[in-house]
Design a protein around this ligand. Structure first.
Ligand SMILES: Cc1ncc(COP(=O)(O)O)c(C=O)c1O
Length: 392
């Protein structure tokens, strides 16, 4: 059958490929340690499940408004005001089927064919593909390990051309595990203030920051950008609700109206009873978020220390999300591998450790390890990695 040129331009997700192979090996009885997970290893808190069951029993089984349940949008507006210092009305918020779809719809609403979208490395794999899907041109902006893989004001200034239409920022970052400080955001904001670039700020990991790092929303640090920033967030990571598919976009009324229009003709609003459970999650979720956060914080410190003690491995300390992104390129010549994809393939086949190649995130010198797994698995996996690096 004919496949459109647009669909053909989309590459397979590298994250999915490694996870699929690791799953296959596990199903064959092979003891694989998987650092591939992009989701918390905790169950969804019980009170959220109970709220969904109650909603189902009460008959919340029909269509929701296309832009999302109004009470949920009000709760999100309250959360954004109280926690992020952002003033949005419920009408400036769309609830989507996951943050992923909210990002896609926002790109769709802003980018015309031929427009360039600035995407700093290392980037979440889906951003460039989403830009291609709407006919835009992803412009990858290199960052440096010395800068903790963060976009600097100078790097941003150099990357902007008259075709640039949108900047995508994601912090805490997947896959880098970093978080921009308010001062760093302010520097980027100064550069952006002199342009008319729109900004998409993907803050899905906001609750997962470690050490003395303070998370602040971009539009709160740079109020001058408020009327051209779309803030993306959702419940998947903070509330361990990846399978529930609730994310949202908040921003200027015209963009949000356009997103709501796209959504009304594509998915419609997310599942009605799930949205009612999401209201409860936002009302009462803090203690569970703190419990999961405490565990992630311990793991972040531990895995960073262990990886950094390995010969030829250098690793920026993760200050957010649940990923570490070590540079392992020193080992490529000795192993005879051309890059991260072959490194990860051999690591999985020979040492039974699943990591994600950095190539898919625009950094071929690195691999991504998710610490959304137990301390025991972390130790076992890093032991195997150490042995692989020594003896392979
Ligand atoms: C940076 C980033 N944004 C968005 C998402 C998508 O989140 P959701 O599961 O809510 O679609 C992910 C999930 O991996 C992510 O890493």
């Amino acid at each position: 059958m004919k496949i459109s040129k647009t669909a053909q331009s989309v590459s397979d997700s590298v994250t999915m490929a490694v996870t699929a192979r690791a799953k296959q090996m596990k199903s064959e009885g092979i003891d694989v340690v998987s650092f591939g997970a992009g989701e918390p290893d905790f169950d969804t808190p019980v009170f959220i499940k109970e709220a969904a069951k109650r909603a189902l029993d009460a008959g919340a089984t029909k269509y929701s408004p296309a832009a999302g349940n109004l009470e949920l949008r009000r709760q999100i507006a309250r959360k954004l005001k109280e926690e992020n210092g952002l003033d949005y009305t419920a009408q400036q918020i769309v609830v989507a089927c996951g943050a992923k779809h909210a990002v896609y719809e926002a790109i769709h609403a802003i980018v015309d064919p031929g427009d360039e979208v600035l995407i700093p490395t290392p980037y979440w794999v889906s951003y460039p593909e989403m830009v291609r899907l709407v006919g835009g041109i992803p412009r990858i902006v290199e960052t440096r390990q010395e800068d903790d893989y963060k976009l600097t004001a100078e790097g941003l200034r150099r990357a902007i051309t008259d075709k640039s239409c949108l900047l995508i920022l994601n912090y805490p970052g997947n896959p880098s595990g970093f978080c921009y400080t308010p001062a760093e955001l302010a520097h980027l904001g100064d550069v952006l203030a002199g342009t008319d670039l729109a900004v998409l700020s993907d803050e899905i990991y906001e609750k997962l920051v470690y050490g003395d790092v303070e998370f602040r929303s971009l539009a709160a640090v740079c109020p001058a950008l408020l009327d051209r920033t779309v803030t993306i967030n959702g419940l998947s990571k903070s509330y361990s609700m990846t399978g529930w598919r609730i994310g949202y976009a908040a921003g200027p009324a015209d963009v949000i109206g356009a997103i709501a229009g796209i959504q009304s003709h594509t998915t419609s609003g997310p599942a009605t009873f799930v949205q009612l459970a999401a209201i409860e999650a936002l009302r009462q979720g803090e203690p569970d978020i703190r419990r999961m956060h405490a565990e992630f914080a311990k793991r972040a410190r531990h895995i960073h220390q262990r990886l950094n003690s390995l010969e030829g491995v250098s690793c920026v300390e993760p200050t957010g999300a649940f990923y570490v992104f070590p540079n392992v390129a020193e080992h490529y010549p000795r192993l005879g591998v051309p890059g991260s994809a072959e490194f990860c393939r051999r690591l999985l086949e020979e040492a039974r450790v699943a990591c994600v190649p950095g190539a898919g995130f625009g950094c071929d010198q690195n691999i991504r390890l998710s610490f959304a797994t137990s301390m025991a698995q972390i130790d076992k996996g890093v032991d195997r990695l150490a042995e692989f690096l020594q003896n392979a």
